[in-house]
Ligand binder design. Structure first.
Ligand code: NAD
Ligand code: MG
Length: 397
């Protein structure tokens, strides 16, 4: 390892993005080193990653796992220090233990650590889109004040980031074209979605991802969250963001300039490309992803999204337009609904029904502080949770 290697904290290390990030890190021992690994509750998986990557620190969110983590690290003969809880994670993210943070915790649970990294001026490879949906203004402001660099690693936003290299490009930007695979139920009518199961919903045709984002892809809420994410990252309002369904998932997004130019980024659907860009930008490093053989693929198709069958995308555009606490409510209600769907407590079509009902029950108020956003998040979780428990708001749909 050279002295100038980046020390990387991988938050959500045991997940899909975390695993891909560690794969890229391991390819570049001269320039990248995993110094902190953090996970939610799977101690055995975290210890195994520590064996492979030998970080200085390992953090398990669930404090009940701390003793098992300490035992596992000791039994493995590792010097890695065990920690648990949000405060320990925030301190490690803010301090000298890392200069780069892969923010890949799923859901609103990722907000505190992402904010801590922003305030501490780290390079943030941002996968945790929910933190931007929940508190986009505050997070972008914290990054600016803290001197942090946010490189989006959501593939679409990473594509746009690559197409908008500097402030001049931003000035001439007319609109953003966000591509969507359409998910596993693309082409189905609403009536054909009543009986779909969690297994069918998480079987994504093009990307291999964690369960929550896979369900979001099936409802198109993922694209809705990404519209809000793009708004915060690139300063573009919803009426300048168009969603295009592109089933091959090779064009990761496009930007259109005032002179009529449209620029796209293409590549195989593998998150390691975006992560490599995040680690090395403005340089380029190997990611393990092969180049794109366009002759083998043959064609690139585009179609409009079906908002009748997939109302979540419409709800996200509406929440963005409403502003204030509405995106936080949308996100929280969706997290509750997706979790209930994965537990087979509600049907697939109840996901948009619950989100719509929660947005109607909790009208948007100005989001002036983190406390106001957290309160909106908590109220939305409570409202949606009640609806699941009582079968209200189409929760059995
Ligand atoms: P995943 O379910 O595979 O992994 C989630 C990770 O978060 C796990 O390591 C889990 O242990 C950890 N975690 C959960 N709760 C935690 C908590 N309270 N504290 C600490 N760690 C916690 O999810 P994923 O697919 O890797 O997605 C992670 C994030 O990246 C999500 O926000 C998702 O939207 C985003 N993202 C993922 C992909 C993808 O290809 N998987 C693409 C774009 C964006
Ligand atoms: Mg994406």
């Amino acid at each position: 390892m050279s002295v100038s290697a980046r020390n990387v904290a991988v938050l959500g290390a045991t997940g899909s993005i975390g695993t891909s990030a560690l794969d890229v890190i391991a390819r570049h021992p001269q320039r990248l080193r995993a110094s902190v690994l953090a996970a939610g509750s799977n101690v055995a998986a975290l210890v195994e990653l520590c064996r492979q990557h030998r970080p200085d620190h390992a953090v398990i969110a669930d404090s009940r796992g701390l003793q098992a983590l300490a035992d596992g690290l000791r039994d493995a003969g590792l010097k890695t220090q065990p920690h648990s809880g949000d405060d320990a994670l925030d301190a490690l993210v803010s301090g000298d233990a890392c200069d780069t943070v892969v923010a890949a915790i799923v859901g609103a649970a990722g907000l505190p650590s992402t904010l801590a990294a922003a305030r501490a001026g780290k390079r943030i490879l941002l996968a945790n889109k929910e933190s931007l949906v929940l508190a986009g203004e505050l997070l972008m402001q914290a990054a600016q004040e803290g001197g942090a660099t946010i490189v989006p690693v959501d593939s679409e936003h990473n594509a746009i980031f690559q197409c908008l290299p500097d402030a001049h490009a931003h000035q001439g930007l007319r609109r953003i074209l966000l591509t969507a695979s359409g998910g596993p139920f693309r082409g189905r009518a609403r009536a054909e979605l009543t009986q779909v199961t969690p297994e069918q919903a998480v079987a994504h045709p093009k990307w291999s991802m964690g369960p929550k984002i896979s369900v979001d892809s099936a409802t198109l809420m993922n694209k809705g969250l990404e519209v809000i994410e793009a708004h915060h990252l690139f300063g573009v309002d919803g009426d300048r963001i168009q969603v295009l369904v592109h089933p091959q998932s090779l064009v990761h997004s496009l930007v259109e300039f005032v002179d009529g130019s449209t620029i796209a980024q293409l590549g195989l659907p593998d998150m390691r490309t975006a992560l490599a860009v995040g680690f090395s930008w403005p340089e380029r490093i190997e990611s393990g992803v092969a180049g794109l053989d366009l002759l083998a693929h043959g064609r690139l198709d585009f179609e409009p999204p079906d908002l009748q069958a997939f109302p979540c995308l419409r709800l996200a555009f509406e929440a963005l337009a409403a502003g204030g606490t509405a995106p936080a409510v949308l996100n929280a209600a969706n997290e509750v609904a997706v979790s209930a769907f994965l537990q087979r407590r509600i049907g697939f079509l109840a996901i948009p029904a619950l989100v719509e009902d929660t947005l109607a029950a909790l009208p948007s108020t100005p989001a002036t502080s983190l406390a106001a956003l957290r309160e909106a998040d908590a109220q939305a979780r409570h409202h949606a949770g009640q609806a699941v428990a009582t079968g209200a708001a189409g929760a059995r749909a």
